[in-house]
Design a protein around this ligand. Structure first.
Ligand SMILES: *Cc1c(COP(=O)(O)O)cnc(C)c1O
Length: 339
């Protein structure tokens, strides 16, 4: 049973759903965890998550298939990545099985809010790990809270896969060369709000972050990873220790090679060599695949395939990825988790 909502216009907003999962860590161990009907967290005003940004999060989606089943895409990879982020900020890891079970519990408890297959909308899950408790000095928390909540989100591309334009950021970085760029922590996002606002105020979708050391290579596309298709049909995505390792990106590397027969590599993407690309896009759970029409580089605009039309290889990658996520295309082994 699916509730009656305007699924076509659901957008990307927070909807308070009936249930979320909450578990607490204290004295070296996690409690059992439980579903809660209360969407308000009550935590100490001195929680390190609030003052010193000791927190990390994840984002993934539940998809309803044509048959009406619900499935998760590579949730084990989200669990592992959360734990990498946790290690970097001296937080306790969440066992992979606990993480997967929490996600499944939340989907099942809110099953009627998993959008219908036809809408191409999904149930977005937000796992969150925060340091809490009475601490005022700069030190790791002694207590932690792990929660997973969900909200239905719309199909990103109402009018089809439409390219959008981005602006390269020379004045601001989202992460430092040996900082926390490779971890999914709130601090990176706090740092991205100002350049993101600048981009949106100037009618760009978002900023493109360059490598923080030399500002000569592409790193991230806002909160998504970058990929380009070269004129000789190679799939390339940047490699750097300050990029967030996108699960979508690694999935596309695999699909480009094994399903589309392209050469697929991680390597440098120099901003003065963009001419070698015939197509480019942004990828991530939120962005899915968003074609990049053009990038503004100071006073120069670089157009890839077209500012209005999606390129053929980007379209093929999109169809393959989304087909797998909704259960219409056979998935590589281990990518799909039935709820
Ligand atoms: C989450 C995130 C991505 C996308 O990762 P996926 O696993 O594909 O959703 C890309 N860049 C940043 C900065 C992110 O936080």
């Amino acid at each position: 049973m699916v509730v009656n909502l305007d699924w076509e216009n659901i957008g990307f907003h927070y909807h308070k759903l009936p249930f979320r999962y909450i578990s607490r860590w204290k004295d070296g161990k996690w409690d059992e965890g439980e579903l809660s009907g209360d969407n308000q967290l009550s935590i100490s005003e001195s929680s390190p998550a609030l003052h010193y940004g000791q927190q990390c999060f994840e984002g993934l989606k539940a998809y309803r298939t044509k048959k009406g089943n619900v499935q998760l895409f590579r949730v084990d990879e989200n669990a592992k990545r959360l734990n990498n982020s946790a290690k970097r900020l001296l937080m306790p890891e969440v066992p992979v099985e606990k993480f997967i079970d929490a996600c499944k519990q939340v989907v099942r408890a809110n099953e009627e809010y998993v959008p219908p297959y036809e809408s191409k909308a999904t149930l977005y899950l937000r796992p969150l790990l925060i340091g809490i408790g009475d601490i005022i000095g700069v030190q790791p928390a002694q207590e932690y809270l792990f929660t997973v909540f969900a909200t239905p989100v719309g199909n990103y591309f109402k009018g089809g896969l439409a390219p959008t334009n981005f602006v390269a950021s020379f004045d601001y970085d989202r992460a430092a060369p040996f900082g926390t760029g490779a971890t999914k922590v709130g601090g990176n996002y706090a740092a991205s709000l100002l350049p993101g606002k600048y981009a949106k105020d100037n009618h760009f979708s978002d900023v493109i972050y360059l490598d923080p050391q030399t500002h000569t290579k592409i790193e991230e596309v806002g909160a998504a990873n970058f990929f380009g298709i070269t004129k000789n049909g190679e799939f390339i995505t940047p490699k750097s220790p300050s990029i967030l390792p996108s699960i979508t990106k690694y999935s596309l590397l695999y699909l480009a090679e094994h399903r589309l027969g392209l050469k697929a590599t991680e390597g440098d993407v120099f901003i003065d060599e963009l001419d070698k690309f015939s197509e480019a896009g942004a990828c991530g759970t939120g962005a899915i695949i968003s074609p990049i029409g053009a990038i503004q580089l100071k006073d120069k605009k670089h157009v890839f395939y077209s500012e209005d039309e999606v390129g053929p290889i980007t379209k093929k990658l999109y169809d393959e990825l989304v087909g797998i996520q909704f259960g219409d295309v056979a998935a590589p082994e281990g990518w799909i988790f039935e709820v």
